[in-house]
Design a protein around this ligand. Structure first.
Ligand SMILES: [Zn+2]
Length: 868
């Protein structure tokens, strides 16, 4: 049995009504319009002062107060602990344990519970109501219990499913924004416990502390506080004879990446806890995995394999919740004071010359020394341990750590005169939802010889959440992480690099010295709106800038309003190629766009020569049973930019006559048969086992049925855009394109092995043919999100066959942020191309041009392909 969200919500409300320990609050709506609940749980006597406790936590978190005041607030305040559940709805323990935890905290009268209620403010949060409703209703559908399953037909978050835990610095989804605002603006909990599933095979649960690498930009107290909370959790389980807790290298979770519900807290001086537990309402057993039977540091108390009732997982979860709450009772003032201390040190680092200890800097010191002296003597690890390692003369330390160019910036300026300022505003709003302090220039000013207009924005690093600021603007420097020297790479838990300013194509000037100006602070949590600009007086039409993403939103509004829109085909003077020309009849809609999207339309002198009319295309976005996350992100992006579209499933493609319904088909990532013939989409239920409303979503693309229909569609004049794995369509069509990431071994072409070439999620720079219509509005270079993405080589005859490169890597190493091993293999590799197929066109983009709704810098490569 599984309770669904409606039942859970009713139970939450009932308890809040009956118990004076519990208050029910809504933190906003979900993407499907449900209320997202947050329960405040504490002793009844604490409620009258609840706003005071919240204020204390915020004051300590922002650290804009003296040590003395902080000490006094730390003893007056109460620690705030966030416990959530349900984020990944197929990980059903998470949401169900919330119900039991609430029941125990609301009803138990033992001394431990009473002390927790007296000393701690508990926030119990349901982090994915929609998902729980979808999953539980689906599970409970068959009367016959043995037929119950979790193979839901759609994603368990409206757009992004599992990626709902990849959205916590971008805050695209409503749920993520609700959660971030509570964590980083409203309550500022000192501990954030995020429940997941499942544990590594042969264990019950994986938890803190986590394995290396940890990120270099956050405070060391974060890592050691994870040790402390982790110790409290595992100790309690062991006291209660609950074995099977895996930690450190006993599991795969690290503290490297920003963007998860439990990891973004690290960049805000908060202790983020993740557990991954086993458990299922259907019969489940812990498998026998021999090496998990050996006690070691990663798995000190091995569990005996065998049947595992769901109830046992709920009990473990409640124990771990209690362990954390107990830790908060015993260390409350210390948790509060450390929270302040980390913020205070961050502000100090932002106000002085500070060098982050990046791996690249250690390598620089080594390189400087070797360049001048040769190898260091006594490099034996054993000698090093005993202190006999000769090391490198201390003077070399300063070769990096006194180099002013290697300091962290004191702040960043986002000039209001950059081409796509409305996108810069979106970037700033992502930061503001994460509690970052932003300043706005109240008048024009000059800094370092550069003039900035009024309305420019400033983000200083002298703030408590400095690690998050640095992380959003600066490159991540992931260490070279291999299983052993010369061995295969250790896969990062998620991306290795993600610098949001790069992904969004933001122009931000790094300011290296302390600075000030006519700046006013934007209130914490207050979102920015682009400034409305007045329309130029003209009777001969307007230009909309193709470099601005929201010009496309305006164009879609115009097309829906039956206003004709044209695009220039070549650059002319200051007017870039692809500029939109809107006749004067569009005035009203252009005016609205200028007001709502921050566009700055300019006056045209009538229709530019050579401009072509664009028409809305009938767009089909490929998806499959169970839901593709990249397709879901693209669906969300197209809605944001006002593109109309329909979803297309495999059977409809196999049915043919695609041109009758569509002008453009989109395949984003998974689902296309692989170059070797493998199939994309996941498990397929039998038709008779699922409701009729989902039948049209069944099926898989195949080489023998689907590819011929796609070919027909292209040959008849259709347009297909593919990204990531879906670019394998090119090889099925027999285009003169091959994989560039190969080498010849014993006369045979082989894919490069991980010890030679490995690039997990990282930001790379590519060169772009900005004269190609699909690239209109792009610069000569673009930062792209690359995750072991396809790279192509075009055959010598490609050009004569209508295949043309659109973007490629240059001769210099392209890594901008993250980790790229073997970059030399990328030289001149083609990252995107177009191919004429009959009367139609195929576009292939290797990198993730719509990555998680973050890669605004490359959205135009999609948008340009969505018109006729
Ligand atoms: Zn999960």
């Amino acid at each position: 049995m599984l309770a669904n969200f409606s039942q859970t919500e009713a139970y939450f409300k009932k308890i809040a009504e009956l118990s004076d320990r519990v208050e029910y609050r809504s933190i906003g709506q979900t993407e499907f319009g449900r209320e997202q609940p947050l329960l405040v749980i504490t002793a009844p006597k604490n409620f009258p002062q609840i706003e005071r406790f919240k204020e204390i936590s915020r004051k300590l978190g922002r650290a804009e107060i003296s040590m003395e005041e902080a000490q006094s607030l730390a003893s007056e305040g109460k620690p705030i602990v966030w416990i959530d559940g349900g984020l990944h709805a197929n990980e059903v323990v998470g949401a169900q344990q919330l119900i039991e935890t609430l029941y125990e905290l609301a009803s138990k009268n033992d001394s431990e519970t009473l002390r927790i209620l007296d000393e701690v403010i508990i926030l119990l949060v349901h982090v994915n109501p929609d998902g729980m409703e979808i999953m539980s209703d689906w599970y409970m559908r068959p009367e016959e219990k043995t037929k119950r399953n979790k193979n839901i037909p759609v994603l368990y978050q409206k757009y992004v499913g599992h990626d709902n835990n990849r959205d916590f610095f971008m805050n695209n989804m409503k749920e993520s924004a609700n959660i971030s605002m509570q964590q980083y603006v409203e309550w500022m909990p000192q501990i954030i416990y995020n429940h997941h599933q499942s544990g590594p095979a042969g264990t019950v649960v994986a938890g803190p502390p986590y394995r290396d690498p940890f990120n270099h930009v956050f405070d060391p107290l974060i890592v050691t506080s994870l040790d402390a909370v982790g110790a409290a959790m595992i100790n309690r389980l062991h006291q209660e004879e609950k074995p099977g807790f895996a930690r450190l290298d006993g599991s795969v979770f690290s503290t490297w990446w920003n963007g998860g519900l439990r990891t973004t807290p690290y960049y805000h001086n908060m202790i983020g806890i993740l557990t991954e537990i086993v458990g299922d309402p259907s019969p489940f057993s812990i498998p026998l995995v021999p090496d998990r039977l050996i006690p070691n540091n990663g798995n000190p108390f091995p569990v005996t394999p065998g049947p595992w009732p769901f109830r046992r997982s709920i009990d473990y979860s409640v124990s771990m919740n209690y362990a954390i709450l107990n830790h908060a009772v015993r260390h409350g003032d210390e948790l509060l004071y450390n929270f302040y201390l980390m913020g205070k040190k961050s502000i100090e680092r932002g106000n002085t010359d500070t060098w982050t200890r990046y791996p690249k800097y250690a390598q620089d010191i080594q390189n400087f020394f070797e360049a001048s002296k040769g190898k260091p003597a006594g490099d034996d690890p054993e000698e090093a341990y005993f202190g006999n390692r000769a090391g490198i003369p201390l003077a070399y330390y300063d070769s990096v750590y006194a180099d002013p160019a290697k300091r962290d910036p004191r702040g960043y300026i986002l000039s209001a005169d950059q081409a796509d300022f409305p996108t810069a505003i979106k970037f700033l709003n992502a930061l503001i939802k994460s509690g970052i302090l932003v300043h706005r220039a109240t008048s024009d000013f000059t800094l370092g010889g550069k003039n900035y207009p009024k309305g420019s924005y400033i983000v200083k690093t002298a703030q408590a959440f400095r690690p998050h600021v640095i992380d959003m603007f600066e490159p991540q420097d992931h260490p070279n992480d291999f299983q052993y020297p010369g061995g295969p790479p250790v896969r990062p838990y998620d991306a290795a690099g993600w610098t949001l300013a790069f992904q969004m194509g933001i122009v931000a000037d790094r300011i290296m010295e302390g600075f000030d100006g006519p700046f006013e602070a934007v209130a914490y949590g207050q979102l920015l709106f682009p400034e409305a600009s007045a329309l130029p007086a003209t009777s001969s039409g307007y230009f909309l800038d193709p470099r601005v993403n929201d010009s496309f939103t305006a164009v879609n509004d115009l097309l829906k309003g039956k206003i004709k829109v044209y695009r220039t085909q070549t650059a002319s003077g200051t007017i870039p190629a692809g500029t939109f020309y809107v006749p004067a009849a569009g005035k009203k809609i252009v005016e609205q766009a200028a007001r709502n999207y921050g566009l700055k339309p300019t006056a045209a002198k009538g229709m530019p020569s050579g401009a072509k009319e664009i028409k809305p295309a009938r767009i089909g976005l490929y998806d499959y049973y169970g839901g593709s996350m990249p397709s879901g992100w693209t669906r969300w992006i197209m809605e944001q930019f006002h593109f109309d579209f329909a979803q297309v499933f495999p059977m409809e493609i196999d049915g043919g006559n695609l041109a009758e319904k569509y002008d453009v088909l989109l395949f984003m990532g998974p689902g296309m048969p692989g170059a070797g013939g493998g199939y994309g989409a996941g498990a397929q239920p039998k038709k008779e086992d699922i409701p009729a409303m989902y039948h049209h979503m069944l099926g898989r693309l195949s080489i023998d049925k689907s590819i011929p229909e796609l070919r027909k569609f292209l040959e008849g004049g259709g347009q297909i855009l593919t990204a990531g794995g879906a670019t394998s369509l090119a090889s099925h069509l027999g285009l003169p394109v091959s994989n560039a990431l190969v080498e010849i071994v014993n006369g045979q072409e082989k894919s490069l092995t991980g010890d030679k070439y490995y690039i997990p999620g990282s930001v790379l720079e590519m060169e772009v043919d900005s004269s190609a219509p699909i690239n209109f509005g792009m610069g000569q270079k673009a930062d792209i999100m690359f995750s072991n993405s396809p790279v192509f080589r075009l055959a010598p005859e490609a050009a004569s066959l209508g295949v043309k490169p659109l973007a490629w890597f240059g001769m210099t190493p392209p890594l901008r942020s993250g980790w790229a091993w073997g970059q030399n293999y990328l030289k001149r590799g083609v990252t995107a191309f177009e191919a004429q197929v009959g009367k139609g066109k195929l576009y292939a983009f290797g990198p993730e041009i719509t990555f998680r709704g973050q890669a605004h810098g490359t959205f135009k490569m999609l948008f340009n392909g969505l018109y006729n």
